[in-house]
Write a protein that binds this ligand. Structure first.
Ligand code: GLY
Length: 375
């Protein structure tokens, strides 16, 4: 079958690679594959640390994806001929004071209620695991099942694996995605047996059942800092979090410090206030960071849906969507790719994907279309 994938972030690239591996003729359309939100991310594979109250289906999908990651990284390494920088080291969630420690109690209960592995640790135990932590911390949670990948190495490996598997890249944006064709920004029309939309926060015109569909996506800006040090003693060796702030070390001496969550539309400006907040809070956790070299501040846009869960499935009479991965695109990518390729092949789609049918917003999108028509 001929498959056109619109969008070349980690989701589009993963789908394209897997579809090509399944024998399909794949074209991926993106002006600059891998350079959007996937490039800005930190690469945490953290379904436990990022389990939120009331989001059980998202956590279950994250755990299913998480279990797939080790073999996914091995297959990618073999196909791409390069290392995506996958490591299995767990996450430490740290309370900086007694209020934060108290706030970890319901979080821990929720994690245990979902059969997630999470252990209380004292300040002394946390500092034994990560000696770079500040002496003033109050304790935390040890999450052994979270892991990480170097998002930039991952993106490069996916591009290489796609190339080696025969995926053709068209360096243009998809302007319109219909069930059996994609029109590029420049006006060229590409026919396909299957179209997959994986364009992140940016939404092309989507035609389904003879109508144009509004997906109700919202960009949630995340500012992230990268620092570097040759003195490894100032860095942790695994991901450390505290509230919304996380610190993710890389093997090559860099450290990603993220991230803000700002709802400001399509704005990717980096701001002094966000940089100050990220640096202050991470420095309170890891005082040695003060010595590190500041390498980069950047912002990415997470694609959020009204319920923060992804949209994975075929719109009736429309293309297949792999959209709205919000905070979890890198984590979900192996599981989303498997589900989308099963949809293309007409195979069995895993049950864990069922809650993410795009049709759950059918009422909202219709109401929005009607409201737009009235104005
Ligand atoms: N998953 C990390 C973030 O959204 O900031």
């Amino acid at each position: 079958m001929k498959v056109v994938v619109a969008g070349g972030g980690v989701i589009g690239l993963s789908v394209a690679w897997q579809a090509a591996r399944h024998g399909h003729e794949v074209v991926l359309a993106d002006p600059d594959p891998g350079r959007g939100t996937s490039w800005a991310g930190a690469g945490m594979l953290a379904p436990v640390a990022e389990a939120y109250f009331g989001e059980e289906a998202i956590t279950a999908f994250g755990m299913a994806a998480s279990h797939r990651w080790e073999s996914w990284a091995d297959e990618l390494r073999a196909d791409a001929g390069s290392d995506p920088g996958y490591t299995r080291k767990g996450t430490l969630v740290i309370a900086r004071d007694h209020d934060e420690l108290a706030a970890l109690v319901p979080l821990h209960e929720m994690q245990l209620a979902q059969q997630l592995r999470a252990e209380r640790v004292s300040a002394r135990e946390a500092r034994r695991i990560e000696p770079a932590l500040a002496p003033a911390i109050c304790g935390g949670l040890w999450l052994a099942d979270d892991h990480q990948v170097d998002n930039r190495l991952y993106v490069r490996a996916l591009i290489d694996a796609c190339g080696r598997a025969g995926v053709s890249f068209v360096h243009e944006r998809a302007a319109t995605c219909a069930p059996t064709h994609v029109t590029l920004d420049g006006g060229i029309d590409m026919a396909a047996d299957a179209v997959v939309v994986a364009t992140g926060t940016w939404q092309p015109v989507i035609e389904a059942g003879g109508e144009q569909i509004d997906l109700y996506l919202r960009p949630v800006k995340g500012q992230i800092i990268r620092v570097r040090s040759t003195n490894r003693a100032v860095f942790p060796t695994r991901t450390v979090r505290s509230g919304p702030i996380y610190v993710v070390p890389r093997d090559h001496g860099e450290l990603a410090i993220g991230a803000t969550a700002e709802e400001r539309g399509f704005d990717t400006t980096v701001t002094a206030g966000a940089a100050r907040e990220l640096l202050t809070k991470s420095w309170e956790l890891l005082p040695g960071l003060a010595e590190a070299e500041l390498v980069e501040v950047m912002a990415g846009l997470r694609p959020g849906t009204p319920d923060n869960a992804p949209m994975i499935g075929r719109l009736p009479g429309g293309p297949i969507l792999a959209m709205g991965h919000f905070r979890h695109g890198i984590l979900f990518s192996p599981a989303t790719a498997a589900a989308v390729v099963a949809m293309i092949d007409g195979g069995e789609v895993p049950e864990v994907v069922a809650p993410f049918t795009p049709e759950r917003f059918a009422g909202a999108t219709t109401a929005r279309r009607q409201a737009k028509a009235r104005t």
